[in-house]
Design a protein around this ligand. Structure first.
Ligand SMILES: Cc1cc2nc3c(=O)[nH]c(=O)nc-3n(C[C@H](O)[C@H](O)[C@H](O)COP(=O)(O)OP(=O)(O)OC[C@H]3O[C@@H](n4cnc5c(N)ncnc54)[C@H](O)[C@@H]3O)c2cc1C
Ligand code: SF4
Ligand code: SF4
Length: 567
């Protein structure tokens, strides 16, 4: 430290410590850390400069804590990644060292420097950001966080498996819950499936158990046929207005009848007169909720193929995987048979095509009307497709199955076995490149099958093969439900893939950038049931930890919120 610095430190009384992170090589490959540290030593008020390969690691945080505890520093600057990632980590480290968390300033030398600049310029910019942060740190005063009362109440939006799981976990932790579901049904898409991979559970068993637990819990109020119309407030004190109204179309009433008749739908397994079907409101009602945390569990929708995509909409024999699951279920209800029957016709041969509406490639696939491509993998469709193929082969051995895939991604525990069983069940596989997708066309040849599928099969080194089939099933991917109204109202961040975006996929996986709003299930990304429930349980724990004390602490504001009361 220069003499001049020592003088200034002596007069201001503040001793700034600067801690510079390498982030493995993420920062240090582009920024000369040694030089940044040398420059920092000459900043007025800086008394300590240290660097570490991973500042967020325990040894990295220890450096700060040691210096604070020994009294060597009383102001802290960390030069590392974006503050939304680790600002809280370093403030917590300061608190653990009995310091005030607001004596901290952050310099972002990763996203703002090493990820966008290289060489001499990167080092120069990093040094300047550190100098600015140190100058600010000198002026920081210890502050107390602002406390506001928090409603010990959570609103879960979406009554699929994730919303139900979150609601039940919250109630078990002593939190009052409102569950808002836009349709007349609970259970979401899962209640439309039949037996589910990888456990072979009957959906009516798993959903009825969960639904019964939710509906019988006095801490949970369920509002079906409801949607949010207004939102205001902040963490601990949100105010939500929602409308309950009769379903606009007869489709829901048809669905109610169909599910009841089939004996596997909500009509059978919801022991709750107020929800279904008697719970459908006759006229529009408006309700207001005061709530502390909001959990979004608005789920997904299956991709709808474009007209003409693999013959969809042009040939009635081209259907989607959700359609097939319903057909399998209807066949089971009718007692099975040598071949799967669809529309009164025996299906002797069937093609299944993977990655429809997923893993789309710019320049190869056509964007939708909004210009969006689904470049992500939908993750569940390989397992769901092969699971359906196995069910058919085992129940209807007279139906042959030809499976056209780009890659097989049966990635979870117990799911590789689904692929192995498909091979054992004599499902015949063809592999195609994205640029040379199979073609579905009318079959004019002998055999009587209405369609044929042509593919350049990479498993046979590019041989062109044609397969005549009775039915083509498109393994459609998952896309985010349309929640643009909620996105706009609550200022929610969305990823480029259209799903709601968490703060950080590893470190803060169920939080969004808006404090007090959490994510559960497939509104965030394609998940299977187990993953959706794990995310929902995570959100429930996060929400109950936030509200457990009856108040929330906010950073000291430049403004005072209208609702304030120190406990
Ligand atoms: C064809 C197919 C087969 C599958 N098979 C399996 C399987 O066998 N095993 C497995 O583990 N996984 C399977 N999955 C995945 C499984 O369906 C999902 O993991 C599960 O449905 C996710 O539940 P969720 O609650 O996140 O979403 P959803 O099931 O989509 O539920 C979301 C709920 O939120 C409601 N909602 C939406 N928007 C609003 C709003 N604005 N306000 C109020 N309510 C709203 C919806 O009406 C719905 O009830 C399959 C998926 C597909 C596509
Ligand atoms: S994540 Fe942030 S704090 Fe952790 S090592 Fe990387 S830059 Fe440093
Ligand atoms: S899970 Fe399989 S079918 Fe679905 S998008 Fe991924 S690779 Fe394609």
């Amino acid at each position: 430290m220069s003499d001049e610095n020592k003088d200034q430190t002596a007069t201001s009384g503040q001793k700034v410590g600067v801690y510079v992170c390498h982030c493995g090589g993420n920062i240090s490959d582009h920024v000369d850390i040694e030089k940044v540290c040398e420059n920092a030593k000459n900043i007025p008020g800086v008394v300590k400069v240290r660097d570490n390969v991973f500042m967020c690691s325990d040894p990295g945080q220890e450096l700060i804590m040691e210096d604070l505890k020994s009294g060597a520093v009383d102001r802290v600057v960390v030069a590392s990644c974006a503050p939304d990632l680790h600002e809280t980590t370093f403030r917590n480290a300061i608190t653990r060292a009995d310091g005030n968390p607001y004596i901290y300033e952050h310099a972002n030398i990763r996203e703002q420097v090493s990820w966008v600049h290289h060489g001499e310029q990167a080092t120069r910019k990093a040094s300047r950001l550190v100098a600015a942060a140190a100058a600010k740190a000198k002026e920081l005063k210890p502050l107390e966080p602002f406390r506001v009362d928090a409603k010990k109440h959570v609103t879960v939006i979406g009554g699929g498996v994730a919303g139900l799981r979150a609601a039940k976990d919250l109630a078990d932790r002593g939190i009052e819950v409102a569950l808002i579901e836009k349709s007349p049904f609970l259970g979401g898409w899962v209640s439309k499936w039949e037996h589910v991979f990888p456990t072979e559970d009957k959906v009516s068993d798993i959903i009825s158990e969960l639904t019964r637990d939710v509906l019988n819990d006095p801490s949970i109020k369920v509002y079906t046929c409801s949607h949010i119309t207004a939102f205001e407030g902040f963490i601990g004190n949100f105010r939500l207005t929602f409308a309950r109204k009769p379903p606009e179309s007869d489709a829901y009433r048809d669905e109610i009848e169909r599910l009841s008749a089939s004996g596997r739908g909500m009509g059978e397994f919801v022991p709750f007169a107020g929800v279904y079907p008697a719970g459908i409101p006759e006229s529009e009602e408006e309700h207001v909720l005061e709530t502390g945390v909001i959990v979004l569990a608005t789920g997904f929708r299956p991709y709808t193929p474009a007209s003409g995509e693999y013959g969809y909409g042009e040939h009635k024999e081209v259907i989607t995987l959700p359609d097939l699951i319903r057909i399998i279920s209807e066949n089971r209800e009718q007692g099975g048979g040598e071949s799967l029957v669809w529309n009164g016709k025996k299906i002797k041969s069937m093609a299944m095509i993977h990655c429809v509406g997923s893993r789309q490639i710019p320049g190869v696939h056509e964007a939708d009307e909004k210009g969006n491509l689904h470049e992500y993998c939908s993750r569940v469709c390989c397992s769901a497709t092969l699971h359906a193929a196995n069910t058919i082969r085992e129940a209807h051995p007279g139906t042959r199955i030809f499976d056209f895939y780009r890659d097989i991604r049966t990635y979870g525990r117990g799911q590789e076995e689904i692929y192995e069983s498909a091979s054992g069940n004599k499902v015949i596989f063809f592999r195609f490149e994205a640029q040379e997708a199979p073609e579905v066309m009318e079959n004019t040849g002998p055999g009587g099958q209405p369609l044929r599928v042509r593919v350049k099969d990479t498993l046979t080194f590019g041989e062109e093969i044609e397969v005549p089939v009775d039915l083509v099933v498109l393994a459609v991917g998952m896309e985010s439900n349309d929640v643009s109204d909620l996105v706009q109202m609550m200022k929610l961040p969305m990823g480029v893939d259209g799903f709601l975006q968490e703060v950080h996929p590893k470190l803060r996986p169920v939080e969004v950038a808006v404090s007090g709003i959490l994510l559960a299930g497939t509104c965030q990304a394609p998940f299977d049931i187990g993953e959706a429930c794990a995310a929902a349980s995570g959100a429930a724990v996060k929400a109950s930890a936030t509200l457990g004390r009856g108040y929330v602490e906010l950073d000291p504001p430049a403004w005072k919120p209208a609702i304030t009361k120190a406990p």
